[in-house]
Design a binder for this molecule. Structure first.
Ligand code: HEC
Ligand code: CU
Length: 336
């Protein structure tokens, strides 16, 4: 009895995590996620139906035909085949599969983005570039870049062109919809809509290496006017660094990989590290740590500790305490 209590308690603990608006497929915040939840519900109810029917039959048969003292030597009539039963248990599963297949195929085609013309003409178009273990978002029409943070307008269809640049990853924002692979050899397309302003969590959903589970990003859905202001700031606002010393250290040790210009003119291949153009505005460092001086310091001192196998470890030599502090100050000035 005690064991059962523990079991129920544990299951309950796991379920407490379900339904979080920021990261749950069970509490979708946009059209795509809502349609996908419908499909999950249909398949779950069909499975529950099958489980219940099978369990009930199992229990009835168990109770009725179990060996007892008075029927120990009884041998039941031996029948071979029963046409009626066989027809029933052939047709019922076919019906169930049809009930599941029709909406699945319908939604699969409805949600698929096959017309590249529509994508190319769309106002909100983001190229998603996935790398071990971080994300780059290229705003195609606006020609600027963010990393680790995706900002989208509320209520608009935002199209994505997805690509991986080392191994396969998968782009997933549970509460908005997905997931879709980011392949190396071809571009996948999809769209998402956020119904209301909010901050959502994004994940890599394809095992890609040691820090796969840490390959996370933030999604910020803004009301249209705020989004437009943000776009304008990203494109035009000049970076005013008051920390020339820090900038110098950055330029000698870090800028070979990192750009601090959202309009980074380098080609994709050369952009081997997150763009830090609006680093100070982002809620997280490297997608997982709260953006605070302490965490930036920890990250710079030992990236390996936070993301094993990441591509920054051991690439910039030791930093002195003073250099680190100057760099933190400089990074904090990168706001739009
Ligand atoms: C060899 C290229 C390289 C060099 C040199 C390099 N970095 Fe990085 N940096 C990366 C990569 C790659 C990541 C992404 C790590 C991940 O998330 O897997 C990163 C992540 C970061 C992040 C987190 C970015 C974000 O968007 O949250 C910061 C901050 C950062 N680096 C600062 C620095 C500073 C400061 C220096 C110089 C002292 C530096 N980096 C040197 C490649 C580099
Ligand atoms: Cu990945």
């Amino acid at each position: 009895m005690k064991k059962i209590k523990y079991f129920i308690f544990t299951v309950f603990l796991f379920l407490v995590g379900c339904g979080n608006e920021a990261r749950s497929t069970l509490n979708p915040q946009g059209e795509v996620g809502k349609l996908q939840l419908q499909l999950m519900k249909i398949s779950t109810w069909i499975m529950v139906f099958v489980i219940v029917v099978v369990l009930v039959l199992f229990i009835i048969i168990l109770l009725k035909f179990i060996e007892k003292k008075d029927n120990k030597d009884f041998i039941p009539e031996q029948v071979e085949g029963n046409r009626k039963l066989e027809i029933i248990w052939t047709i019922v599963p076919i019906l169930l599969i049809l009930i599941l297949a029709i909406p699945t195929v319908y939604y699969t085609f409805k949600l698929a983005v096959t017309d590249t013309e529509v994508v190319n003409k769309s106002k909100y178009l983001v190229n998603v570039n996935a790398r071990l273990f971080w994300w780059e978002f290229e705003y195609v029409n606006e020609e600027f870049i963010t990393s680790q943070e995706l900002v989208i307008p509320v209520g608009k269809k935002v199209y994505f062109q997805l690509k991986g640049h080392d191994v396969k990853h998968s782009f997933w924002i549970p509460s908005l919809g997905g997931k879709q692979d980011t392949n190396v050899e071809r571009t996948n397309r999809m769209y998402l809509i956020a119904d209301k302003p909010g901050v959502y969590n994004g994940y890599c959903a394809e095992f890609c290496g040691a820090s796969h589970a840490l390959m996370q990003f933030t999604v910020k859905a803004l009301p249209l006017d705020e989004y437009e202001q943000w776009v304008k700031n990203m494109k035009t606002k000049e970076k005013v660094s008051t920390n020339l010393n820090g900038e110098e250290i950055f330029n000698s040790k870090c800028s070979g990989c990192h750009s601090t210009d959202p309009l980074d003119p380098r080609p994709l291949k050369a952009r081997i590290a997150p763009n830090l153009g609006n680093f100070a505005d982002r809620p997280l460092v490297t997608g997982i740590l709260k953006n605070s001086n302490q965490n930036i310091k920890e990250w710079l001192n030992d990236p390996e500790k936070y993301k094993p196998g990441n591509k920054m470890t051991n690439t910039y030599g030791e930093l002195t305490e003073e250099e680190t502090n100057k760099l933190i100050e400089y990074l904090n000035s990168l706001t739009r």
